[in-house]
Write a new protein. Structure first.
Length: 476
């Protein structure tokens, strides 16, 4: 038994020595060739330069990176920026257009596709969080299935490891369009990690020096806190006007000086390895020189302009300035966000419920001052589906109140009856208004408004605009 253990240890050490020979010279030099008198001083070595990123892209599924593909091609090939990518989940709940693999196996396929795809841009630092593909429009369901705290722990670690200047991610908001809960959840996680990675009290085990760095044992992680400087969002909405004046935009039709093709073509080539998600059609269109005509929706995204919404900047920079305007190459000190502060109500109020209410609190907590005015309260509902408007009645008074809800709805919708409710003093009451959608798609926005009254006094009105769709719509 002892001989077997020693043999395995010898093989382990031989393997470790072999791996050391593969390390770049700069890394071996910083590690030092001789063991110090006290290995604890190894904690003073600088962070590993192999993982440093100028841009960290945080998205939900392999192929989501197409949203910024043309911009990434520009920055990598012609501005020599270093990029790392984080996928919140492997896409294990999607469809497979080329093979029989589904579920967990499809997740493995899509991980491989994702790594091969971003490698066409020279991106080799690719990370996957422990999330799972979630069929919903509600980001809170995705965060639940991800194990919110666990995924956030992972992402904060990745930010500290890669030390990005800029984070690019999905818009954390509930909008019409490809309103996938995982997209929103990845934006939530990225926003939280942006504000936590520089805080030494957040996941402190990650930034505590290792006790015995030269011993193969369990220990703390020895990372350093890191504060990114700028946070940008992208989205694929039904209505593109939400981007106007909200952040920088980049053309995909410009020709890359180093590659002699457009940035949009480079983005399309990057997407082609996602064969299970239709990337094979993109590749066929590229080969046949019919990308614009036959490349499909993904090619349209690749060839279209890349539009960002500025989430926050901790360095001097205008809203529509270049992504890297004002950045400091050596990094900045930690900046603590304002945090959430509950409203001090003096009178009862009717407000929107989750997930919209969650977002209103998230934006306040993380100083995302632009986001409350970007998108009105809106939702996509499938024809013949059911619309649910979640509401919260807040009663700060010393006595209970009886509340009646009334709803203004467009023609063609069938409202479900809702009885008056009694709300206890100093409490909240959760309720919803529901309506059956028409059987056929109606043009334009379907405007709803829910009003609450108690004792003859108005508690306010909650507006919501709805877009009907006969195509794919995730459950509300």
């Amino acid at each position: 038994m002892q001989r077997s253990v020693r043999a395995r240890l010898r093989l382990f050490l031989m393997g470790a020595a072999s791996m050391a020979l593969l390390l770049p010279n700069a890394v071996r030099a910083q590690q030092g060739s001789a063991q110090p008198a006290d290995s604890y001083t190894w904690n003073n070595r600088p962070p590993d330069p192999r993982f440093k990123a100028d841009i960290l892209v945080v998205v939900a599924h392999p192929d989501d990176e197409v949203m910024a593909g043309a911009y990434l091609a520009r920055e990598i090939f012609d501005h020599h920026m270093r990029v790392a990518v984080v996928f919140q989940n492997p896409g294990d709940g999607g469809v497979n257009e080329v093979g029989p693999e589904q579920g967990v196996s499809l997740g493995v396929v899509r991980q491989l596709e994702g790594r091969r795809a971003v490698a066409t841009l020279g991106i080799t630092n690719v990370f996957f969080l422990n999330g799972h593909d979630t069929y919903s429009q509600n980001p809170l369901t995705s965060l639940e299935h991800c194990g919110h705290g666990g995924c956030l722990d992972q992402l904060v670690r990745i930010v500290r490891l890669t030390r990005p200047t800029v984070i690019l991610t999905w818009l954390p908001d509930f909008t019409t369009g490809e309103n996938h809960s995982d997209h929103q959840a990845s934006g939530v996680l990225a926003t939280e990690a942006f504000d936590l990675a520089g805080d030494p009290t957040a996941f402190s085990e990650q930034v505590s020096p290792a006790i015995s760095p030269n011993q193969p044992q369990q220990m703390t992680e020895g990372l350093r806190p890191w504060q990114p400087e700028k946070l940008y969002y992208f989205y694929n909405p039904t209505h593109d006007d939400i981007f106007e004046g909200r952040g920088p935009q980049y053309s995909s039709s410009e020709i890359s000086p180093s590659k002699n093709v457009s940035y949009g073509m480079l983005a399309a080539q990057e997407n082609a390895p996602h064969a299970s998600q239709g990337g094979f059609r993109v590749q066929q269109a590229i080969d046949n020189h019919t990308l614009e005509a036959n490349g499909g929706a993904i090619a349209k995204l690749a060839l279209g302009p890349v539009r960002f919404i500025l989430g926050k900047t901790l360095v001097p920079s205008g809203i529509t300035d270049d992504v890297f305007a004002g950045v400091l190459p050596d990094g900045i000190d930690y900046v603590r966000p304002s945090g959430y502060v509950a409203a001090n109500l003096s009178q009862p109020a009717l407000v929107i419920g989750d997930p919209w209410r969650f977002y209103q609190r998230l934006w306040q907590a993380h100083d995302l001052k632009q986001l409350p005015s970007v998108v009105p309260l809106e939702l996509t509902v499938h024809t013949e589906g059911i619309l649910s408007i979640p509401l919260v009645i807040e009663n700060p008074l010393d006595h209970s109140i009886d509340v009646t809800l009334s709803t203004q709805a467009p023609d063609g919708w069938k409202l479900h009856p809702i009885a008056p409710v009694s709300v206890d003093p100093h409490s909240e009451y959760i309720v919803r208004v529901q309506a059956d959608a028409p059987q056929t798609k109606l043009p334009g926005w379907q405007q709803f408004a829910v009003t609450g009254t108690a004792g003859g006094q108005s508690l306010g009105s909650v507006p919501l605009r709805v877009e009907l769709s006969s195509g794919w719509v995730a459950p509300q």
